[in-house]
Design a protein around this ligand. Structure first.
Ligand code: ASP
Length: 318
């Protein structure tokens, strides 16, 4: 039976490498998602997820995360979480609750402490310096404050045909206190149905949530479209609508996998993503948007690109 994982951004690759090793050994999609996203949350140099995530306008790290079980549609989510070490693990735990399965702010910490999850200061010195530098830059120029965001979103299929997905994000750098993005919102940042497939999004949450693009992608796969067709159609159609009705559309990138382990990607910006299946060793790809709305151009990330990425994310910050 097929298995696999697909995820947004290069940062997901170590996680899906571990996740698919577990899937190869008969592990569940649900467990693989949590283990894989935890790895991204724990690595301090990934500056838009978990520990080391980018602070809001007040210098506080506020994290969003969600988990969905494609077998029974259970969803758990947290938003504006300030002190939980692994928001994805708390989201998964919440997915088992009949009531109160989406918590925000202090409620997340209270629940996490009661359930024995680890609490930690999520602000690193590095993230604090990046924030201070940005404040100084913004005082001296007209820069948009919201430059810097990326969510890790993953979809997994296991050998029993179960699917799950999850997201984790610090949202927009310099966001207003209390701002919540698409990542913890069902249908927008993520959606999965084991009888069809799953999808997850990254980009400008304020626009992604207008189109419920993850749900739309799964719905289209349910009509018989291949993941590549479904995700491209969902994204392109809605991007066109936004451009027509509002004059602009934010950054949109989505990945999708169906319950056969087939996958697809759509984006309107340059975007990296990672895939591993029983047919494909963990691979990092780059996707480039097409001018005319057709499928993006996809290529395997070169060693040069990977080295430059690693050097960039770990470079000292003055
Ligand atoms: N979608 C996220 C948010 O708006 C950010 C991102 O994925 O880049 O919170």
């Amino acid at each position: 039976m097929s298995y696999g994982m697909i995820a947004t951004w290069r940062m997901a690759c170590d996680g899906i490498t571990k996740g698919t090793t577990d899937l190869a050994n008969g592990g569940s999609a649900q467990t693989a998602i949590v283990a894989a996203i935890k790895m991204v949350e724990d690595y301090p140099f990934y500056k838009s997820v978990g520990y080391g995530g980018l602070p809001n306008e007040e210098g506080l790290v506020e994290l969003d995360a969600a988990f969905m079980n494609g077998d029974n549609f259970d969803i758990g989510a947290v938003a504006g979480s300030r002190s939980v070490k692994n928001p994805i693990a708390v989201a998964e735990k919440l997915s088992h609750e009949r009531f109160n399965s989406f918590l925000v702010g202090d409620g997340v910490a209270k629940y996490a402490i009661k359930e024995g999850f680890e609490i930690q200061n999520m602000l690193t010195e590095r993230a604090k310096k990046t924030w201070e530098n940005r404040l100084a830059e913004m005082r001296n120029s007209n820069l948009s404050p919201y430059d810097g965001h990326d969510t890790v979103g993953m979809v997994a299929l296991d050998q029993n045909g179960s699917m799950a997905c999850g997201t984790s994000s610090s949202g927009l750098f310099m966001k207003k206190e209390g701002r919540i993005g698409d990542s913890p919102l069902s249908g927008s940042g993520f959606y999965v149905d084991s009888e069809i497939g799953g999808a997850t999004a990254t980009g400008l949450g304020e626009d992604l949530m207008k189109g419920c693009l993850s749900y739309e992608t799964v719905r289209l796969m349910g009509t018989g479209l291949q993941p590549q067709e479904a995700v491209n159609q969902a994204m392109q159609d809605f991007a066109k609508q936004l451009e027509r009705r509002k004059g602009k559309c934010g950054a949109f990138s989505l990945v999708a996998m169906n319950n056969k382990g087939e996958w697809g990607v759509a984006t309107n910006v340059e975007f990296s993503f990672a895939v591993a299946t029983d047919q494909l060793a963990p691979t990092i790809y780059l996707a480039y948007p097409s001018e005319d709305g057709s499928y993006p151009k996809i290529e395997v990330a070169s060693q040069e690109w990977l080295d430059a990425y690693q050097a960039r994310i770990t470079a000292p910050i003055q």
